[in-house]
Design a protein around this ligand. Structure first.
Ligand SMILES: Cc1ncc(C[n+]2csc(CCOP(=O)(O)OP(=O)(O)O)c2C)c(N)n1
Ligand code: SF4
Ligand SMILES: [Mg+2]
Length: 336
């Protein structure tokens, strides 16, 4: 399809310019305060009616499609847990073929595929990688509530260090069972797919309108694009639902979740935590999943976050100085 057949999106500069129409509306059963539901509502609102959505198994499938109800006003399809990337490619390829054969009018139809952190960052990572190497216009939204929430809060590769989950309960022998550091998925995808023109991280409600505009930017830039969202989840993170927005803001301001865009290989910080950060303690102590942490654990997390912002080659994106170094000689004792 020629590139001129695009939907022209204006930047949403203030709340009054936000479209009133909802394409993800009532009819779902997500928890009160669910930010992942805001991620769905936001991309549907920002993209508008000429959009097909699809999503892999998880809360945003199960809670959104109870028997005989749905919040989706736009066409929506469920896909298997690890196949958010494959479903996006299949839908985009199908649309292109139908238009080429003249079976449907040639017009721009957005393809947006969402997946959770288990479905996208763990099980479906290879399918997303393959999707980002195609020439199709598609947007993949990885909504990250930092657990397999739908199946009762199991740890994933995106669960932060120290968090209690049903797989990682603190015990007498081991206070901390979740000892993995969160996987750097957006950075990995940006660095590993040089022809992908837009990769971003976002939070549905902080800074206001930022997420909506990032969705619009991804769709306008075109080709395969990727957005990773940071979604406070009252059930899994164990806090009162009224604080979801606040927790997103604290997570970003503490620098524990880096907020940025990579556009044509250039990094732009949405919140520049190199310049200003609040202590991670302010974010951690608000959540029951971290209630078992001791002072030394909080200090360790603070140290890791400081290292990310002060020592990484591209803070929050490329951890070269943190973990990898160009060395002069190989370490002794390893067979060569
Ligand atoms: C192949 C496969 N394995 C396991 C499951 C069971 N299952 C359904 S949803 C889910 C958790 C998905 O977690 P995530 O992708 O993070 O989405 P969330 O539930 O957090 O929204 C699991 C393990 C499944 N549906 N398919
Ligand atoms: S468990 Fe978390 S992600 Fe799932 S519906 Fe509830 S708040 Fe949303
Ligand atoms: Mg999840």
């Amino acid at each position: 399809m020629p590139r001129e057949e695009v939907i022209l999106y204006d930047k949403i500069k203030n709340v009054r310019q936000t479209p009133l129409e909802e394409f993800y509306t009532s009819g779902h059963r997500t928890c009160q305060g669910c930010e992942s539901a805001m991620v769905m509502r936001g991309f549907a609102k920002a993209a508008g009616p000429r959009t097909i959505a699809m999503g892999s198994t998880g809360c945003m499938y199960v809670a959104n499609t109870s028997y005989m109800t749905t919040p989706w006003v736009i066409p929506w399809m469920h896909t298997q847990l690890g196949s958010g990337g494959s479903a996006a490619v299949g839908a985009a390829a199908g649309l292109r073929a139908l238009m080429r054969k003249g079976k449907i009018p040639a017009e721009k139809i957005n393809v947006i595929s969402f997946c959770g952190d288990l479905g996208g960052a763990d099980m479906g990572l290879s399918a997303i990688s393959a999707a980002l190497q195609t020439d199709y216009d598609l947007l993949i939204v990885l909504y990250d509530n930092e657990s397999a929430a739908n199946t009762d809060i199991q740890a994933t590769g995106m669960t932060p260090y120290g968090a209690q989950t049903t797989f990682t309960p603190p015990g007498k022998k081991h206070r901390i069972m979740q000892r993995r550091w969160k996987k750097n998925v957006a950075g990995m995808l940006a660095v590993g797919h040089p022809t992908c023109r837009y990769v971003a991280t976002a939070c549905a409600t902080f800074p206001p309108l930022d997420y909506l505009n990032k969705v619009r930017k991804a769709l306008s830039i075109g080709g395969p694009t990727f957005i990773h969202t940071f979604d406070p989840c009252p059930k899994g993170w164990d806090y009162h639902p009224r604080y979801s927005h606040e927790l997103g803001e604290l997570g970003i301001k503490s620098g524990i979740f880096p907020l940025y865009e990579v556009i044509d290989g250039q990094v732009f910080y949405t919140y520049d935590a190199r310049k200003e950060r609040i202590p991670v303690r302010e974010y951690l102590i608000r959540q029951g999943r971290f209630a078992h942490l001791l002072e030394e654990d909080i200090e360790y997390i603070q140290k890791m976050v400081d290292e990310m912002w002060e020592e990484w080659d591209i803070p929050g994106v490329v951890p070269v100085r943190g973990f990898l170094k160009v060395a002069e000689k190989q370490p002794a004792g390893i067979a060569d």
